[in-house]
Design a protein. Structure first.
Length: 233
């Protein structure tokens, strides 16, 4: 009889959806910088003035064991992750659940911040979609997949393995882009026939540029790595 009583509960739990947890900061209108650190996660940041400024941090379980998490047995997928505003800086620290947890946890950050905010990311691995107009981007990672669309006066990316798509929607002739990575696959787009001062230093490289570099011009691009593939348009 004991087995018959337990099994229906287990089956009911397995039929429920993946555990989802979230937290949010509803007003970031006074934020001028975002600092992200900790474990790996997925990042999506915009600077849209037609939407409220705010941020949310959510966790979703995936994998074979995710279906066993339910109202019967639930642990917050975000672990000890936290968000807080200190003055004009939004601090975000990602702390994934324990390695003893049998279910994979995907932590997602979604934020809309005022135009001109500076973004700093220091994590071992992450994927990021940055869409908007920022002042500066400073990124440090072992592995990163970055997609940027918009404008930033300064972009500094340092990592071991980096894939980056950096597309400017306008050029103000004040742009400095520095990328240092052991393995790099990058696409840089500035639009039209904008003169670009670019320098690539690598042990092995493949560079596809629409026109020769123009010394002293802005945007200025400096790339340093071991194995580099870069396309400049």
């Amino acid at each position: 009889m004991l087995i018959l009583l337990v099994m229906p509960v287990m089956l009911a739990a397995s039929a429920l959806p993946d555990g989802i947890s979230s937290t949010a900061i509803p007003d970031l209108s006074g934020v001028r910088a975002v600092a992200i650190s900790g474990d790996a996660n997925s990042i999506n940041i915009t600077t849209r003035s037609d939407r409220p400024y705010g941020a949310s941090l959510s966790g979703r379980r995936r994998g074979w064991f995710s279906s066993w998490y339910s109202s019967w047995y639930f642990a917050d997928c975000r672990g000890n992750s936290e968000m807080r505003v200190d003055g004009s800086v939004l601090h975000i620290n990602i702390a994934a659940s324990s390695w003893l947890d049998p279910s994979d946890c995907v932590i997602e950050l979604n934020a809309n911040v005022p135009t001109g905010a500076a973004i700093g990311i220091e994590q071992s691995a992450f994927t990021a979609r940055l869409d908007g107009h920022f002042s500066d981007l400073a990124i440090t990672a072992k592995a990163a997949d970055i997609r940027f669309d918009g404008h930033a006066s300064g972009i500094d990316i340092r990592g071991e393995a980096v894939r980056a798509s950096i597309v400017f929607d306008r050029v103000e002739a004040d742009e400095n882009i520095v990328i240092r990575a052991r393995a790099l696959d990058a696409d840089l787009g500035f639009g039209g026939d904008i003169p670009v001062d670019y320098q690539v230093t690598a042990r092995a490289s493949w560079v596809d540029a629409r026109q020769p570099g123009v010394r002293g011009a802005k945007p200025r691009v400096e790339i340093d790595g071991d194995f580099v593939r870069v396309r400049i348009r």
